[in-house]
Design a protein around this ligand. Structure first.
Ligand code: MG
Length: 383
């Protein structure tokens, strides 16, 4: 069976504008929104989309010369031209050889959703061009010198958004043939006789233009916050020894815990909760017990790996809650040290970590003091 042809799609993110209306010392796409560059959110939205094969960023030559770099790396960066059209052309000419379709998007629209991208891509199955837009619902006036001078019929009027999608070959030909002052790719395409379909845009897909738009974008981000929760459960059996490791703290005891690593059952549960929230397996998958290099390993290696993996995927750990289930050793006196140890490894404030303990009323394997169990919950937040 041959696979159906999957069109190769590149996103061209245009970040070459000077953005003077937004205020600030640097262009708006490089200003901070929630502690990250506006452009970094935009780049990430396209990198995360499963139907986008290449993400290309077009920067202003002055920004490149000033050493500006995006926090999140696209697949390629090109130097733009003096006009928006020249910048788009630099992107169109720079995409990978096997690209069939392109999406052209403003770097200053960091809230673009997966659904809008999908709608544009779906429409490209039937049209050579497609772009999102929102129908105008406000009453439109003509005005002069602060006086209303007339009404504008809003029927058939749309507010254009990006990403605007096109089949690459006809758009590239249209761009090469068009005048240098074209500010809109849909206009360029239509001038060359290409049909451009309108797909549903989204009121939240705002373009950051004025200083007030930063606060508006932050509010919308709160609304769209990506929150993940994961759980972890682990058990280790008692064996000979004179101490146990629990949540990063060594506690003297009449026995030890058996395990391939240092058998820190609490830290293992927390680690698995992070992997669980990410949907990325468990400790056993990342650190196979069959691999001798993890024999006797300190468990902070596992936890550090899970924390780094979360951060690589844009998630911050919001909080972790771990419950140890055992009759002995008594956990209470060690709780502050355990919270501090976990907080240190996870790079968090200790008030975001909870370590609790319970007995199981002498019931079951923990009640018979055959071993210790731990359960943990972790919350991850992506903004
Ligand atoms: Mg374990």
């Amino acid at each position: 069976m041959t696979e159906p042809h999957h069109p190769k799609t590149a996103a061209i993110i245009v970040a070459a504008g000077r953005g003077t209306r937004a205020g600030g010392e640097i262009p708006k796409q490089w200003q901070q929104l929630r502690g990250r560059q506006v452009a970094s959110y935009t780049i990430e939205r396209f990198l995360d989309h499963p139907r986008i094969d290449q993400v290309v960023l077009v920067m202003h030559p002055d920004d490149i010369a000033a050493g500006m770099t995006p926090d999140i790396q696209p697949h390629a960066i090109f130097s733009g031209g003096a006009t928006r059209k020249a910048s788009v052309l630099a992107g169109l000419e720079g995409v990978a050889q096997d690209v069939d379709r392109v999406l052209i998007h403003d770097a200053a629209r960091p809230l673009v959703s997966k659904d809008i991208i999908d709608r544009v891509l779906d429409a490209l199955e039937a049209y050579q061009g497609a772009a999102p837009a929102v129908a105008v619902t406000d009453t439109l006036w003509h005005g002069q010198d602060n006086l209303v001078t007339g009404l504008q019929d809003r029927a058939g009027l749309y507010r254009a958004q990006t990403p605007q999608g096109f089949h690459l070959t006809p758009l590239l030909a249209a761009h090469r043939a068009s005048a240098d002052d074209a500010t809109d790719d849909v206009a360029v395409a239509r001038a060359a006789g290409l049909d451009v379909a309108i797909v549903a845009g989204d009121e939240d897909n705002i373009k950051i233009t004025t200083p007030g738009d930063f606060a508006r974008a932050e509010k919308l981000m709160d609304h769209h916050m990506d929150i993940r929760c994961g759980n972890g459960y682990d058990v280790h059996r008692f064996g000979p020894g004179d101490h146990v490791w629990l949540c990063g703290v060594q506690i003297p005891h009449t026995r030890g815990l058996k395990g391939h690593s240092d058998a820190d059952v609490g830290m293992h549960a927390v680690t698995d909760a992070i992997y669980g929230a990410l949907g990325m397996g468990d400790i056993g998958q990342h650190f196979p017990p069959s691999d001798p290099q993890w024999k006797g390993a300190a468990s902070h290696i596992f936890l550090e790996h899970a924390v780094a993996l979360a951060s690589e995927h844009g998630f911050a750990i919001s909080n972790a809650d771990c419950t140890l289930v055992c009759e002995y050793p008594k956990i209470g006196p060690h709780q502050p040290a355990m919270k501090a140890a976990l907080a240190y490894i996870m790079g968090l404030d200790a008030n975001r970590i909870s370590v609790k303990a319970t007995t199981s009323e002498r019931l079951g394997f923990t009640g018979r003091e055959e071993g210790i169990a731990a359960i943990a919950t972790v919350t991850l937040v992506k903004s």
